[in-house]
Design a protein around this ligand. Structure first.
Ligand SMILES: Nc1ncnc2c1ncn2[C@@H]1O[C@H](COP(=O)(O)OP(=O)(O)OP(=O)(O)O)[C@@H](O)[C@H]1O
Ligand SMILES: [Mg+2]
Length: 232
């Protein structure tokens, strides 16, 4: 099992108030699969993803990714894991405004173990002709393509996407989902995606429904719907 999370718990303390955000998460995903996490605002989706990506740590339980117990890594090893093995895509792209498209991707190369070729990746996201543009000169969908290129250029084992289409219109969203599907096929990248949009779950192998810090339902899709046929 590529991702194997068991009994993961996480609380945040603000002042004297302790909030239990993850209450014993169980989650499994095979290598090369696409997983979708659905759930209302505040249910713990980003917290779960941040722990999986080595941005945060769980309090207890185990988080195994490709045989590595992420929760037990030293700070240095956790940083290596986050930099080397994980690609992140966020709702609002997080591109550096004063760097060009090519430069935004280049900055990642220095911290990658086995990076892909920039031009290959730009071609894969169909942005090769915009390599010298700045983010403000791109549409939202184009910026998200660049952020996906930046995430995959390091050839990550795991691509974590937090509401990747949350800021995009329907047609642009669908083209981004098709791109993620292509990345999954071409590079064999395991993808875990957070969304509020239940329609997107049709393209996933497994769907995890999160509510108040617990997985209340897991669906294994027998039929996977290609992103190009998803509608909402
Ligand atoms: N660093 C933090 N300190 C204190 N509380 C936090 C922290 N991060 C998250 N929380 C709390 O944990 C809960 C879950 O937050 P999380 O961001 O995981 O939700 P989410 O499911 O991603 O929501 P959304 O769909 O709105 O992004 C929320 O109640 C939030 O206020
Ligand atoms: Mg969130």
């Amino acid at each position: 099992m590529f991702i194997d999370i068991s009994n993961l718990k996480k609380s945040y303390t603000t002042g004297v108030v302790i909030t239990e955000v993850l209450k014993g998460i169980e989650m499994k995903l095979e290598k090369g699969e696409i997983g979708v996490i659905l759930g209302p605002s505040g249910s713990g989706k980003s917290t779960l993803m941040n722990i999986l990506g080595g941005i945060d740590r769980g309090d207890s339980g185990s988080v195994i990714v490709d045989g590595v117990e992420v929760n037990k890594l030293s700070d240095n090893k956790l940083t290596d894991y986050r930099r080397g093995d994980i690609g992140f895509v966020f709702q609002f792209y997080n591109l550096v405004p004063n760097l060009t498209v090519g430069e935004n991707i280049e900055v990642v190369l220095n911290i990658s173990k086995s990076p892909l070729n920039i031009d290959e990746v730009l071609a894969a996201v169909e942005m090769q002709d915009k390599k010298h543009r700045f983010p403000r000169e791109l549409s939202g969908g184009e910026q998200q393509r660049v952020s996906i290129a930046r995430a995959i250029v390091k050839n990550p084992k795991l691509l974590l996407c937090d509401e990747p289409t949350g800021a995009l219109d329907f047609l642009t969203s669908r083209s981004i989902l098709q791109l993620l599907e292509q990345v999954n096929k071409k590079y064999g990248t395991t993808i875990l995606m957070i969304t509020h949009n239940a329609a997107i779950s049709a393209m996933a192998n497994r769907v995890f429904k999160l509510r108040s810090g617990e997985i209340v339902e897991e669906v294994v899709n027998q039929v996977i719907v290609p992103a190009e046929r998803i509608e909402w």
